[in-house]
Write a protein that binds this ligand. Structure first.
Ligand SMILES: [Zn+2]
Length: 353
């Protein structure tokens, strides 16, 4: 990726800028693109933009799109793909573009990455134009990283632009959010999303994967690449057993650690995300038979425990490729999951009887 010679960016998962820009061109992001382009043309684009969206809504893609626009030598409504700036950007070698993300096997963006970015950002632009940094996902920073970033946000130098992406603004400190202009990305309706996915490639399972991705098309694509449709039905069966309190934790952990562990973590993450969102949206949980373990009176602590488990799943997914005991990892996660869905059901029974 761009600026990969710089130490801070070594190991950050590669993104194909061309493909990301193509994705950012989807119809449902047109209003967001227009808004950003209009702000830039009117010299009203703030130094820090926070792009917020559900995972897979397109914040990474739109962030790259905006970076490309800022680094394009022509002043158009979108980057031209032809000028020297665009060619450098597309080749992943633009010297004034900095990308900070999760390094391999890391669960957080480290403070050293942010310090290195701040140093680079304080230098003059190589091409005498804009300097742009994409912090993606910014909600993977820890408190030390946030504090290091704050200095850069408080004293922006001319022609420097920070683009932050996040799926949960509640994971960002208020000091960061208040210094950034926020843009919330919409999701397409299901019909548009399915049309786009089928345009990428013909596949019968898009509807289910889109549901599992909570409506976010780029996430559904990621799930298809991870092979989630192969394990989907079995995973749902296992979760049904867990809700009935009939899950053999040791045997399940052993089976999962041997077969597509990463896809299973992805599946669990998306399943739990959907359930927690339903819980937050549902105003009348008492009458909602689908979520017995989230009903009152145990609802609030259950939702908190759900978010803790969600963090653990996300972290596990980032770590599972490394040298750690995957079976033990799954056992721990399954115990938490059982405590959440199994015990919740138990509590409910007590309160109903
Ligand atoms: Zn250009």
């Amino acid at each position: 990726m761009a600026g990969s010679k710089r130490e801070s960016e070594e190991g950050v998962a590669a993104l194909d800028p061309g493909d990301s820009l193509a994705r950012a061109g989807v119809e449902w992001l047109a209003p967001s693109r227009e808004r950003l382009a209009t702000m830039l043309a009117g010299h009203r684009l703030p130094h820090a933009m926070l792009l917020l969206g559900q995972p897979g809504a397109g914040q990474t893609e739109l962030g790259l799109w905006l970076a490309a626009l800022l680094l394009c030598d022509r002043k158009g409504e979108t980057s031209c793909a032809e000028c020297a700036g665009c060619r450098l950007f597309l080749a992943g070698t633009h010297p004034d573009f900095y990308r900070v993300g999760l390094e391999e096997d890391a669960a957080v963006i480290r403070v050293e990455q942010i310090r290195s970015l701040s140093e680079s950002f304080s230098l003059k632009s190589y091409r005498g134009r804009n300097k742009v940094a994409l912090l993606d996902p910014a909600d993977a920073m820890n408190i030390n990283s946030f504090n290091a970033l704050l200095k850069t946000l408080e004293e922006p130098s001319d022609n420097t632009y920070l683009i932050l992406t996040a799926s949960r603004s509640d994971r960002l400190p208020r000091t960061i959010v208040s210094r950034s202009a926020r843009l919330r990305l919409p999701l397409p309706d299901a019909g548009d999303a399915l049309a786009w996915l089928n345009g990428r490639r013909k596949f019968a399972g898009w509807e289910r994967l889109l549901a599992l991705a909570n409506g976010a098309p780029f996430r559904a694509l990621q799930y298809a690449d991870a092979g989630l449709e192969e394990i989907d039905a079995k995973m749902q069966e296992t979760l049904d057993s867990a809700e009935k309190g009939q899950l053999d934790i040791i045997a399940t952990a052993a089976a999962w650690s041997r077969d597509q562990p990463e896809a299973r973590l992805f599946w669990l993450e998306s399943w739990l995300t959907g359930r927690l969102r339903d819980a937050a949206l549902s105003s009348d949980l008492v009458n909602d038979n689908r979520l017995p373990w989230l009903r009152v009176p145990a609802r609030e602590p259950m939702i908190r425990a759900g978010y803790r488990l969600l963090d653990a799943l996300r972290e596990a997914r980032l770590l599972v490729s490394g040298a750690l005991n995957t079976q033990l990892l799954f056992e721990g996660l399954l115990i938490s999951l059982m405590a959440l869905v199994g015990e919740g059901t138990g509590k409910l029974r007590e309160s109903v009887d």
